[in-house]
Write a protein that binds this ligand. Structure first.
Ligand code: AMP
Length: 216
């Protein structure tokens, strides 16, 4: 059974690739960002605190993330983790959790992308609240046919509140500060695979398929 971590700079396309991987290999997509956004629906003190942190681009505390993940991993076997771990401390806690469950991590895919490419992808990102399709107003081939309207459902497109340049810079800073330790950690374990994510979606996925099919 495959248990995969997607490690990536902001906007390396991890959400998109996670979906493609899950569809092809029949795995569950677990995004800690989505788990947190699900909590925001509650409007209690806990949600307000999380909302503030997420909108600033900083990281939510490890204990909260671990608790959400633990709950989610109950009764799930093969999966792709998107957005977790973000820090070495989270990686170590996750290792302990796997040990408890007598399971192992099979692949870490490191989606590497240049800063300028990432910025365009984030600042221009628009999505459809109805079908989840994602567009980009700054990248020609990903623009919707009609400005701000979903090509398929004709629904008005929306921008995530944290998809702006200021938050992007903060997320990149946080990423550079905390996440690079993870790359070394998993490299040393011999399960890290670097994927060039400056290219288009299908070319990124081709590289991933080669790794997961065991050709590399
Ligand atoms: P994402 O959807 O993965 O881009 O995450 C959006 C925001 O949720 C991040 O900027 C963080 O504030 C928070 N977040 C998501 N995953 C984690 C995590 N593993 N650890 C801490 N904070 C997280």
């Amino acid at each position: 059974m495959k248990r995969i971590i997607l490690l990536a700079a902001p906007a390396a396309g991890k959400g998109t690739q996670a979906k493609l991987i899950c569809d092809k290999y029949n795995l569950e997509h677990i995004s800690t960002g989505d788990l947190l956004r699900d909590c925001l629906r509650n409007e209690d003190n806990f949600s307000l605190k999380i909302k503030e942190i997420m909108e600033s681009g900083k990281l939510v505390d490890d204990a909260t993330i671990l608790e959400l993940l633990k709950r989610k991993l109950n009764n799930i076997d093969g999966y792709v983790l998107d957005g977790f771990p973000r820090t070495l401390a989270q990686a170590l806690s996750y290792d302990a959790l796997l040990k408890e469950k007598n399971e192992n991590l099979t692949h870490v895919l490191y989606l590497n992308v240049d800063e300028e490419v990432a910025k365009k992808r984030i600042v221009g990102r628009l999505s459809c609240g109805k079908c989840g399709r994602v567009y980009n107003e700054l990248i020609e081939e990903n623009k919707p046919k009609v400005l701000n309207v979903c090509d398929v459902c004709l629904e008005q497109l929306t921008k995530r509140k944290d998809d702006n340049e200021e938050v992007f810079k903060e997320r990149l800073r946080v990423y550079n500060e905390s996440t690079k330790d993870l790359i070394d950690y998993y490299k040393n374990k011999g399960i890290l695979h670097e994927i060039d994510s400056n290219v288009d979606t299908s070319m990124v996925f081709n590289q991933i398929e080669k790794v997961l099919d065991g050709d590399i």
